[in-house]
Design a protein around this ligand. Sequence first.
Ligand code: GLA
Length: 390
Amino acid sequence: MLCEQHFFELYKREPQDVAFCPYRICPIGAHSDHQYGKVTGLAIDKGIYLAYSPKQNGIVELCSLQFDKRAQWHIAGVPAVKQDDWADYLRGATLELGRRYPLSKGLSGVIEGTLPIGGLSSSAAVTLVFLKALCAVNNISPEPLEIIRMAVTVENSYVGVSSGKLDQSCEIFCRKDKLLYLDTMDDSYELIPAPSGMKPYEIAIFFSGVERTLAGSKFNMRVDECRSAAYALKAFSGIEYGKFGETHLRDVPVEVFEQYKDRLPESWRKRAGHWYSEFDRVKKGAEAWRKGDIEEYGRLSFASGWSSIYNWETGSDELKTLYDIMTRTEGIYGGRFSGAGFKGCCMALIDPAFRESIQAKVEAGYIAAFPALKDKYRSVICQSADGIIL
Ligand code: GLA
């Protein structure tokens, strides 16, 4: 591993361990976790490695092969507010773990991400891999659910993104060739095996070449739009409502949405429309997978992608173009933007027999539309994988 080599060059000794956390995809269930929806997901065999050794003096000292600046803090002296760089997730994680358990040791580490950033939830993966290492050096073994909660709190409260628990749950609970079917309301989940008669599949990731945008704040705005819709629907229908920040679309039955949706502003109606239709697709998708009908699961994933473009109104021109090409490419069962949809990549479930023709066709179509991104575009074929081993 590059991170091991780099660790050796920096510290002139081998790291004590190398921890790994996979990335995730969510073919159906996007933009629903923050409203306590249901999701389906898979972890993939690419992710983030952290080569590390304990530091007895309590210092955390990290560098990333993807970013320039090194980062350093003491386990008892994490800045109370974020510093607006890549290490914020890990500062927040130190703070969160330290709130729950006594920490005595820090660590020195080198982080290596194996794919470009954006859409595969590298932020959750780096948080989880770091939490695993910091727990190991301090002899702490929290339950998986507690680790998920800590990582979500880091993202919500320290970094300031109103995300749900989809990413962390997939990266922890997933198992190879089993579809995670999770209810984010109560954390109940099922790992649905791919039945033996199911057609073979692989996971293709198509990177747009756009890794960073300034659109991040729109994510929080979408969450607020959903909350506003839920609050208004409760008020229209006489459902008791409590605090605004504790309101979710999951509290409002779909019949209430159908009855009162015309009174909502168009944008709120669309966001809620996405959520209710995604809730339905997730249930249908889980049943399709259970039956081994990957073609139906794929169609539902394409429908999910369509709803993310037209109802959730996300997706850059680059991602929409990739999605559009995917829908016209033979051998792709289905797919959509991966992640929040403002940057990064599209994922597709593909028939391995068409692997080469799919990669060639998507690349040719994309580069014809965005010639300037020729050197940045990339496609990668992945397999489903186990979540992080805690
Ligand atoms: C990001 C968030 C998740 C989820 C997805 C969209 O990855 O972190 O919580 O909302 O976007 O489905």
